[in-house]
Ligand binder design. Structure first.
Ligand code: ACM
Length: 522
């Protein structure tokens, strides 16, 4: 190229740049790339701007709205560099951002919300603080993606005007993190909560114990964590959460109305416990610590009295740490448990969970027991098990492995993960309907969906993000948006448009070839 001539390519880039700067001015709310897709959006063709004097105000009669308003301010302050003062008000202000509860009382389980945006005012209305938090995630997504940067950006911070009315299809929208095969720090779990709550996921199931590690302090049985938590898959140091650390996680999740569900898997998947306390084995001998990946070889000695005492003590401490309604007791792949002892054991555990005032969840195998209405079976492998649970009156969480297991590889080239259930690329993960997926399980039996991430091959937060993104936003949409409003071809475009937010949030996502990503990350 000759020196002083401006290349046509550079000129083109310059003009495209000008056009995309113009495009920054939003004018059509219906064109925003929101995940999960809201129920209804109407546009009024103007725009609202957050500026240095903007205040975030909330109805003064609800003290619960203060932390919610503070949460929004904290999300917007770093990138805007604005003060965004939070104030209680007795009436609707003429300008700024206003959060309100509609009706005379808070309806905690109602997550619906409405956002009404005019040139001067952005009003967020809901029937509960949880609804306001879900609406705040939408506000974050309709702002320029730069809003997620942690350093001050130039702006401007404009939002197209109009109205969004939204509510979830399913009340239970979950993700599961296996902290047993590999242990993840409190900081990693908080990052995970930040990311899932951004997509309106409202439940985090922590798989706290397995053959390779026991990750929660139980004060009355201290060796469970102290010894049973020493290592991990492949060997090397493990770890566990003290009860204080665990409470820190629970409280962090509570801020964004995410319920933590603790799982202590039993009677199988218990080698860590069996290595810490010999008396839990039928022969009374402690097992060796296990760092492999096999499943189905361990079992508590279900007929021993001490086992019942152990289960009671563990569930009691766990229930005391759990403000949410659920305790997950595992129950899967108990191939080493005597067949005739499995169902009576689960029945016994159900009684213990109920006595603590909690609802029992178990993997679909628990349908062999005498579960009743009020219990929940999590469908992962066997639809007949899940259909049996339905017949017994239980509700279902849908987590079919070949659609929802986030540890499954995307394709044969994926560096980490497994493939025993399927290769799951974004289209397969997104394009299905929980209500029609399995015979004997229909819409009214299902409380929602949950995407589990097992961590045999996953060792750090970057790997977690790579397997979770971009599948989880699609799964969140399956839980939130009615099936009739979801369509793969439209979703892949919307996901591409939304992906700028992955970048500004620093998410390490898998750049699937199925998505028309807008920029260099192909
Ligand atoms: C499971 O994947 N074993 C529930």
């Amino acid at each position: 190229m000759k020196k002083n001539k401006i290349s046509p390519v550079i000129l083109l880039i310059f003009f495209v740049g000008l056009i995309s700067c113009e495009d920054k001015k939003p004018s059509d709310l219906t064109k925003e790339n929101i995940i999960p897709k809201p129920v209804s959006i109407t546009a009024t063709g103007e725009y609202f701007t957050i500026h240095p004097e903007t205040e975030i105000t909330y109805q003064d009669k609800w003290t619960d709205l203060k932390p919610v308003s503070e949460y929004l301010a904290e999300k917007l302050r770093p990138a805007t560099g604005f003060k965004l003062e939070v104030k209680a008000l007795s009436q609707l202000p003429p300008a700024g951002i206003f959060l309100e509860i509609v009706g005379d009382q808070i309806v905690p389980e109602d997550e619906s919300y409405e956002i009404h945006i005019t040139k001067a005012l952005l009003k967020l209305s809901a029937k509960s603080p949880a609804g306001l938090i879900r609406g705040i995630q939408t506000v974050r997504q309709i702002l320029p993606a730069q809003i997620e940067f942690q350093e001050k950006q130039k702006g401007p911070w404009m939002i197209a005007t109009g109205k969004i009315t939204d509510k979830p299809e399913y009340s239970y929208r979950g993700a599961m993190l296996d902290v047993a095969r590999h242990f993840f720090s409190v900081r990693d779990v908080k990052r995970f909560i930040d990311l899932i709550s951004y997509y309106k996921i409202n439940t985090l199931h922590l798989h706290l114990t397995d053959d390779q590690g026991w990750r929660i302090e139980i004060k009355s049985w201290p060796k469970l964590a102290e010894y049973g938590g020493t290592t991990k898959v492949g060997g090397g140091p493990g770890g566990y959460y003290t009860q204080d650390q665990y409470t820190e996680i629970v409280n962090y999740a509570k801020m964004v109305y995410v319920t933590i569900i603790p799982e202590v898997d039993m009677p199988g998947h218990t080698n860590a416990a069996l290595s810490a306390y010999g008396e839990l084995n039928c022969d009374g001998k402690a097992r060796r610590i296990y760092t492999g990946k096999d499943v189905g070889f361990s079992t508590l000695c279900t007929r021993k009295k001490v086992t019942c005492k152990f289960v009671e003590a563990v569930i009691k401490e766990l229930a005391a740490l759990t403000p949410g309604p659920y305790i997950h007791i595992g129950g899967d792949e108990s191939h080493a448990t005597r067949k005739e002892e499995y169902a009576p054991f689960i029945n016994q555990v159900l009684g213990i969970v109920k006595a603590q005032g909690k609802i029992m969840i178990g993997w679909d195998e628990i349908s062999q027991a005498n579960i009743k209405s009020g219990s929940i079976a999590q469908y992962w492998a066997n639809s007949k098990n899940a259909a049996t649970a339905v017949k017994k009156g239980a509700k279902i969480i849908m987590s079919p492995a070949r659609k929802m297991y986030l540890d499954m590889k995307y394709d044969s080239l994926t560096r980490i993960g497994q493939n025993w259930a399927a290769y799951i690329d974004i289209d397969s993960s997104y394009s299905w309907d929980p209500a029609t997926f399995a015979t004997g399980i229909s819409r009214e039996n299902i409380i929602g969906v949950e995407a589990p991430l097992w961590t045999e091959t996953i060792t750090n937060i970057e790997d977690i993000e790579y397997m979770v993104f971009p599948r989880l936003p699609g799964i969140a949409e399956i839980g939130w948006t009615p099936a009739k409003n979801r369509e793969w071809k439209e979703y892949r475009e919307r996901l591409a448009g939304h992906s700028e937010h992955f970048k500004t949030m620093g998410v390490n996502y898998y750049p699937s070839k199925l998505i028309p990503w807008p920029s260099e990350k192909k």
